[in-house]
Structure formats: C-alpha cells, structure tokens
Design a binder for this molecule. Structure first.
Ligand code: ZN
Length: 400
C-alpha cells in the first residue's frame, strides 16, 4: 500500500509528446539518460522523441534502429519515437510505421538541421495522403518558409528585434496551409507549439468542416511574455517566439475553449555555449528551451491562478498527449492502463534552482522563479522511479 501524505494528489503519469533527445550524434546536447531522469523528476512517465536533433535523423528504419539501440537500457521512463518526413523519404514512411514509430513530424520552415530539411506544400499534401492510409498523425512545425524569407533578419541582443523577425503571420499562413492540406487529403494533422493566438479561430472553423486537426502549445508560451524578456536573455529564445502578454492570455482562452488540445514541453536542449549567453545575440543563439523537468509546476502555477483544476492539467498533459500518440494504455488512471503516476503536492512551492535540474545543461529562463506544485514521486508501472536502475521501455505503436 502507498502511504500518501494528505497534501499529495495522485495524477496520471504525464505524457510529453514533444521532447528533443539528441543521442546519438549530439549527445553532448542531451542524452536519453539525462532527459528521462529530468522528465521523471517532473512527473512524466512517457515521452516521445522528436526525429531531428540526433545523427542520424529518424527518417528511415535504419536510423530508427540506431536510435533505439542508443536508447536501450538508458531510459528512466518509457520512450516512444516520432519518425521524420523530409523531401524524398515518402517511400520510407510505411516501413517506419511498421517499425513502430507513433506518427510523423515535418517542418514547413528551416529546422535548424541541414539533415532535416522542410517540405513544401506539395510534399506536405503527399505525406498527409500516405499517412491517412497508415492512420498516423502528421505533426507539423507550422511557420512559412516563403514568408520567413521575406522578413529582414535581426541581429544582436534586442528581443523586440528577434520578435519582429518572427511575426505571427509566419505561423498564421502555415497553419492555414496545413488546414487546407488536411482538408483535401483527409489526413490527420497536428500543429506543434502554437504561439500565434491569431491562428486560434481557424482551428474550430476547420474542425467544424470535418478537418482532422489538433494543436498544442507549450509552457513557455503560457508563462513568459515578450515584455519581460530582457535584451540579451537568450535562455528564452525559442521558435516560434514567446509573444506579448495579450497573446499569452489568448492562448489560455484557447485551452479553456478546447481549441488547444494539449500542453507539452518542446524540451529542446543544447550546450550552454550554443545559447550564446555571453554575447546575448538572438540571431546566433540556439532556439529552444529545456523545460521537461519543470513543465508541470510551470503550467500549474499559471493554471491555478486562472481557476483551472488539476483535472484540466491532467487532460492537457497526460490524457490528450497519449491520445495523439495512440498510447491507449497511458495518460489515464483507469483499469487496464499502466500504473503510471505522478505524486504531486499542488499547494507547495519551490524556487527554480538550475543546479537541481537533471537535464544535461541546466540553462533555464525560469531560474529564481517561484513555482507552485512539487513532484514528490513518479511511478512507472507501479514502481517508483529512483534512477538507480533504468526501468523505462521503448514503446512501439500499438504495444501500449
Ligand atoms: Zn520542438
């Protein structure tokens, strides 16, 4: 029997479907052991790895094999994989699906990795057509490459300059493109890390027409605001960018209205040097925020102030991500599901100290911030995750 403190709530183990693990190839940025320990410390029991930051990128079954071998025996929690869609790998999608990826990811703009180029509109449509037959979702980084090319790039320490170089229109245009591609093909599309609140009204409109569309946002868009990001504070650089406070409030409304389905970390790590903390140059710094360990208390801190409940949070951060990834045995406390739990003390508080973060490079824009909610323990299949012996499994489609 578990002896649980009355101030502790039993949540379903969280499911984070947007985590970049860079092993093999860029393990000095992040690896399976460090990322999964950080996730476990944050109450997450399942994560799904993005296909682009390792070498090789996960765009073929041979690359997936290499990735799985690298992960084997290292994972503190369960790990699944997204496959990649890039120009020219359409013929690989069926075999990647058979090999167990949970779905696919593509970019419509530069991914930052030369090995993972973006697809154009024709290729997006072709991929959705193939994936419809496989019953697999296509996760899309929705920023328009054509529109981005026309915007002058800002250099230097100004956050306003960085924001101006990544206007909402890049997202709005790309999300409209994804909607039309999903409409014409009948494929299932998912918008990752939605930042532009302008795009929200398009989503229920499309769903009303029968378009199969879901969307996520991330803790940084729900917590940070452009107004408070100091010039040179590149720890907060991500892409698409954190926007204004009014935009943040619209994203919370999007969650309330169920226009946004889920909240996932987009844990996107790199070395401290790549964050250009000394120069503070937003053009040079890596775009990505490492937050897998903090996503639950970050979201809860803001959610409770707005009157949301832990049931809402569990829906955004466990049940719906599991559904996106087709993990029917995850994300819920229910008979037949895995006994994955997060023991959470919602009324407690703590101050973010980078030294206590388990991910490889403890660079964080949240240092010194007081957050509500403390993860007291994480259980995977009924056993506490201690880190002494990795007990995570590598998940394949339809096995969980
Ligand atoms: Zn990402």
């Amino acid at each position: 029997m578990l002896d649980i403190d009355p101030g502790v709530v039993l949540l379903p183990g969280l499911v984070d479907t947007h985590v970049h693990i860079c092993e093999p190839g860029n393990t000095e940025w992040e690896g399976f052991a460090s990322a999964t320990m950080a996730a476990a410390a944050g109450g997450i029991t399942t994560l799904v790895d993005m296909p682009l930051d390792s070498a090789p990128v996960t765009v073929s079954t041979s690359a997936l094999d290499i990735k799985r071998r690298a992960a084997q025996g290292q994972c503190a929690i369960d790990v699944g994989f997204w496959g990649g869609v890039i120009p020219g790998n359409l013929d690989e999608l069926g075999s990647l699906h058979d090999a167990g990826v949970l779905g696919f990811k593509c970019f419509l703009a530069d991914s930052g990795s030369g090995d993972f180029p973006p697809v154009d509109g024709r290729q997006l449509t072709a991929a959705l057509r193939v994936l419809r037959e496989l019953h697999a979702p296509l996760l899309v980084h929705a920023e328009s490459a054509e529109a981005a090319a026309a915007v002058p790039q800002a250099r230097g320490r100004s956050y306003a300059g960085y924001l101006a170089a990544h206007p909402r229109g890049l997202e709005n245009l790309a999300i409209a493109q994804v909607i039309e591609a999903a409409r014409t093909t009948g494929g299932q599309a998912h918008i990752v890390h939605l930042s532009s609140s302008d795009a929200l009204p398009m989503i229920p409109s499309a769903r009303g027409d029968g378009v199969r569309l879901t969307a996520e946002t991330c803790p940084h868009y729900l917590i940070l605001t452009a107004e408070e990001i100091a010039d040179g504070a590149t720890a907060a650089k991500c892409s698409p960018p954190v926007r204004e406070a009014a935009n943040r409030e619209m994203l919370w409304s999007g969650l309330n209205d169920q226009v946004l389905d889920l909240v996932v970390s987009d844990h996107s790590p790199c070395t401290a040097m790549m964050k250009e903390l000394d120069s503070g140059d937003f053009a040079l710094a890596w775009g990505g925020i490492s937050s897998v360990q903090l996503s639950l208390p970050l979201v809860w801190t803001e959610a409770r102030r707005r009157g949301f409940t832990l049931t809402d949070v569990a829906s955004w951060m466990a049940e719906r991500p599991a559904r996106l990834a087709g993990l029917t045995g995850k994300g819920r406390i229910a008979v037949g599901c895995d006994a994955d739990f997060c023991l959470f003390a919602p009324g407690e508080h703590f101050v973010v100290e980078p030294d206590r973060l388990h991910h490889r490079h403890p660079v964080t824009p949240y240092s010194g911030r007081t957050l509500s909610g403390v993860v007291r323990g994480t259980m995977l299949r009924g056993r506490f995750v201690t880190g002494e012996r990795p007990q995570g499994r590598l998940l394949a489609r339809a096995t969980s």
